[in-house]
Design a binder for this molecule. Sequence first.
Ligand code: GTP
Ligand code: SPV
Ligand code: MN
Length: 584
Amino acid sequence: MSSIELEHWVDDVARLTSPDRIQWCDGSAAESDALNRLLVENGTFTPLDPQRHPNSFLARSAINDVSRTEGQTYICCSRPEDAGPTNNWKNPQEIQHTLRGLFRGCMRGRTMYVVPYLMGPPNSPHTRVGVELTDSPYVVANMRIMTRMGQIALDELSRQGHFVKGLHSIGLLDPQERYICHFPEEDSIISFGSNYGGNALLGKKCLALRLASAIGRREGWMAEHMLILGITDPQGRKTYITAAFPSACGKTNLAMLIPPPEYQAAGWKVETIGDDIAWLRFGPDGRLYAINPEAGFFGVAPGTSPLTNPNAMAACRSNTIFTNVALCPDNTVWWEGLTQEPPAECIDWMGNSWKPGSTTPAAHPNSRFTAPASQCPCISPDWERPEGVPISAIIFGGRRASVMPLVHQAFSWQHGTFLGATMTSEKTAAATGPVGVLRHDPMAMLPFCGYHMGDYWQHWLDMGARGGDLMPRIFHVNWFRKDAQGRYLWPGFSDNMHVLKWIVERCQGTGAAVTTPLGDMPTAEALNLEGFGLSPEQQAELFKVDRDEWRLEVHEREKFFRQFGDRLPAGLRAENEALRQRLS
Ligand code: GTP
Ligand code: SPV
Ligand code: MN
């Protein structure tokens, strides 16, 4: 039934787009080798040094196709009010008409690839099937790493009988004619005019977040922009944590954290389950379980180094696609932050020769590596568990140079939902537009929530009411507070372990805390900052709650909440009121 539906759909799309040939992808190594050869021949891929980077390639994108384009991303549901004030909306019939015009004949001279894929581990009841039709071999090569692609998905499709339709064409890569469209009422995606990750790899943000968030609401589960990690304490107990940080705000790094030597000596261990997306649902014991729907990492290259993230470096040594990084004369790659000393010369991400001291970066700030998760040295033995892992804590966090302290814990699930809903963060290069501008990014889902944000918050509260005391504890962190000179106060990376340890202890019912107007914070003994080289003033600054600044925050949040009208859950308004009271 479903495979017939698939064949009909492929025929329909082929009639519309007129590709020269159609290739059904089976996910085999032979298919991948042939595709990589083709990408080298057509100039998309540059092979890297086979010793230092086996089976790995550099790809350079069009210079105006380097990040997600949120202004051209649409939720296409019948009623605009169901997309809500934080999404762009299009009328489904009208946009279908426009898109048909753009897709007509757009694959002439090209191959149309049929890419069946799974989001979720094999043999999991939570796993969904998607099929992407695309004219981009670069997309196929990335999908093979990021998802479980090919025959495995066709087999699952014949069991499940349903798949999410994703139609993609790079078109002419014209930024003026770019549409990333989601149809939550019919579980389909149409993307035109971009070859960039989040716009073109339709399993990732389009299916696993925008559509899945809407499906999850209907079915009573959650799709979130969260890493998943497991921490083993010296007693051998495992605690699983998820964390929602906005794009390029530290998920991959936290997911792959290496504990400082004294923690390792004491027996602490951190393992990765996922670095970007979590699907959360109740298990038979009433706890919330998370799976990572992805099979690879689409990680930010700049700032990744053997010092900051050796696990990511190991993961992307081989079988990796590097997009928009710099190329060294010895056919290795480089990006800002990889080494302290830049190479004497290299080719920058645009293909121009580059020397240290140049006014432009060698690698694009949103350059990325696409690497198999299985290659990560700290990947958890549980990462493909069909039932997922039980979550004890959820962490929210953003990039805030001021105001927001290092860590605090919510008083309740509702208060935690409020902490997530009021997250703000400075914009990064992961989306087009000015970097550094502060914006609200609720639950790090602003660009990824597939329906009305007010209904999404209500769904969070409903999940909390269902889970009761078994729900995870909720925390907020900020690794990015700066001093008056603009330097980060907190060393971050490995040292984030100090904060994780306190969070684990709070979940276990130990970890000491003091109550502040914002939430519970660690006592000086519970989070020992000695030996960090921080002055007492710097330590105080990390945890400072400036009441005047916070009264402004409360006011700002009130304004932010207003746009959600009567879809703002009363509980969230009440939490802002309660915060105002605690500050006075
Ligand atoms: P997406 O893939 O876009 O969703 O990003 P992400 O949330 O996985 O972010 P990632 O871990 O790739 O980090 C983005 C940038 O933040 C990199 O340049 C990191 O080096 C930097 N970063 C990550 N963790 C920390 C930290 O603890 N402190 C500081 N100062 N920088 C960090
Ligand atoms: C993000 O921007 O949050 C990413 C990269 O993880 S992308 O897949 O392009 O969305
Ligand atoms: Mn992301």
